[in-house]
Design a binder for this molecule. Sequence first.
Ligand SMILES: [Zn+2]
Ligand SMILES: [Zn+2]
Length: 259
Amino acid sequence: MFIDSHCHIDFPELAARMPEILAKMAENKVSHALCVSVDLPDFPRVLALAEQYPHIYASVGVHPDYEDTPEPTVEQLVDLARHPKIVAIGETGLDYYRLQGDLEWQRERFRTHIRASRASRKPLIIHTRSASEDTIRIMREEGAGTGQGGVAGVMHCFTESLEVARASMEQGFYISFSGIVTFKSAKELQAVALEVPLERMLIETDAPYLAPVPYRGKMNEPGYVAHVAEFIAKLKGIPLEKVAEQTSANFFDLFKAAA
Ligand SMILES: [Zn+2]
Ligand SMILES: [Zn+2]
């Protein structure tokens, strides 16, 4: 069984096809999925999915790319994270690729999420793009990692260097690979995935974005995470079963979710 550790199946284009999406998950042996929150106005539909389906978990947080949206407070996030199906805080982090200019508000929002993670004891889902230096620095400054009183979390849809992967793992974080790792052009990322131990690895789709080969360019969905696992197994030269078992065990270890 595989687990999609990061998807957005509450987005209308996927939510409208829920029966098909659940059927594809079953067909591809994808036992669970984590539906990740991107802003507070849409959080109710994320929570509703987790409440409706036993094998769907959810998170609460405000994505760094969402500029014109209500800013969360630590108290608000902690309060919403009390729900038993809310297993993480995020997605949060920094994105200097999509947005430019004075992004101090992004860094402040990131700090708010780390504080909420520490207070709620729920792990972080971190998004970082073209901002790895500040991301790692703020994680350290706010004590996001297990060595500093935090509960760590996952660096989702990882596309950074091995150095950034190591700096994250040193703080107790897992590294999650998406369909990007299956792309022909992703040689550097594949080299990173080869070095990240399976014991520190999660897999995800980030659906509806970034469908893995052989669906590249199409709408992504949680069932396709099986293709990410297949690629990792081939890359590392290990049985697919081992990737399935270990990444699923990692998911439950990190998110303290009941299987
Ligand atoms: Zn993201
Ligand atoms: Zn995402």
